[in-house]
Design a protein around this ligand. Structure first.
Ligand code: PHE
Length: 358
């Protein structure tokens, strides 16, 4: 091959490299020119047959062509790789500013939603969430709460008892969330400020009672908290939960063995026209039980009742949910009827916040 022919070969190969439209085509070209049986490689191999006096010059010329082609392939490869990456970045672009659109048909159960709302309100006030087991000792569920054996309050609770142990003790399915008061006070020192949402159990079943239901308990213990704080906290809570700023509230004297004094809180409502509207009106609706923690309960937990005091409250979650969302029948909460859930349930990303008006 003459020098002109070498130039022609170089130009031909460079043109092919420039025209290679993807990495595979480029690699095929590389093999055809520089591979073990490539055109340039073949010419290199043929140098042995060239007359000795031309061999050196010829070899140098071939090397120049080889370097030019190899350099062009490397440059083309880099350009194609960059273009491929750019195309991929455009292709896989995600607009992070788009709002998420849940396509799921799943719904949040009104009980879960109501608990989330209550937790949001109380946590904003500085409460922490505490939990306890569903199976409780008789001591935590009753005795420590100033409900000794034979106390009439035990009958009212329709307790589910577990089989007696060898030592004669029996455990129970907790009849209220109040045993978590005891667990918390045995566990930590005041100041205490907790809420306890959770399941509770009583052997009772009709249109307004279910053997499993939910309560939320509150407990505050420190050196200065008094009945005024109890009232302020609970009125504020009810106004936030029901979304009624001027919600009327009243506290009626009541009795619980573990609080003294004890009260029940009513909120204003109207039953005009057969319906029920929360807010100003002629009627009252009982919403929760509360009181100042009984000194005996504090002492049962090793807390000095001459120094510490506080308040507690307990509220039925189903009842609150029924009132807020107009759910007429308690039993429907547990029927797992999908049509009911689609109607009364909440969208999964509708997370309740105080700022968002729940
Ligand atoms: N535990 C009570 C009940 O289940 C409610 C309550 C809790 C009352 C705390 C006062 C204080 O009825």
């Amino acid at each position: 091959m003459t020098t002109e022919n070498l130039d022609a070969l170089r130009d031909e190969l460079l043109a092919e490299v420039a025209a290679a439209s993807d990495l595979d085509a480029l690699d095929a070209l590389r093999v055809a020119a520089l591979g073990r049986q490539g055109r340039i490689t073949d010419l290199m191999k043929g140098l042995g047959q060239v007359a000795a006096e031309q061999r050196r010059e010829r070899g140098q010329a071939l090397n120049v062509v080889k370097d030019a082609v190899a350099g062009a392939i490397a440059a083309r490869q880099e350009a194609l790789e960059t273009a491929a990456l750019d195309a991929r970045l455009v292709d896989e672009r995600i607009d992070m500013t788009l709002p998420p659109r849940p396509q799921t048909a799943g719904r949040i159960h009104p009980i879960s939603q109501t608990i989330d709302e209550m937790v949001a309100i109380f946590c904003e006030m500085g409460f922490q969430v505490a939990e306890g087991p569903h199976i409780e000792t008789d001591f935590n569920n009753f005795t420590a709460l100033n409900i000794p054996p034979e106390h009439p309050a035990r009958q009212e609770h329709d307790t589910f008892y577990l089989p007696e142990k060898e030592d004669g003790s029996r455990r129970v399915l907790r009849t209220h969330t109040s045993p978590v008061q005891i667990r918390t006070m045995l566990d930590m020192k005041p100041p205490i400020r907790i809420i306890v949402p959770g399941r509770t159990f009583r052997a009772d079943y009709d249109a307004t009672h279910s053997p499993m239901f939910h309560q939320i308990e509150g407990l505050v213990v420190d050196e200065t908290t008094h009945m005024g704080h109890l009232k302020g906290c609970l009125i504020e809570f009810c106004r936030a939960f029901f979304g009624v700023d001027e919600l009327p509230a009243r506290f009626r004297p009541s009795y619980f063995p573990f609080t003294e004094p004890s009260a029940e809180m009513d909120i204003g409502c109207s039953r005009e026209g057969g319906g029920l509207t929360i807010g100003a009106g002629a009627d009252w609706l009982e919403i929760l039980g509360c009181g100042m923690v009984h000194p005996k309960v504090l002492e049962n937990c090793g807390i000095d009742s001459s120094r510490y005091q506080g308040y507690a409250f307990g509220l039925g979650i189903e009842r609150a949910a029924m009132l807020k969302y107009g759910i007429p029948d308690l039993r429907t909460f547990y029927e797992s009827d999908l049509r009911w859930l689609r109607h009364y349930g909440f969208a999964p990303l509708d997370i309740p916040t105080v700022a968002g008006g729940l």
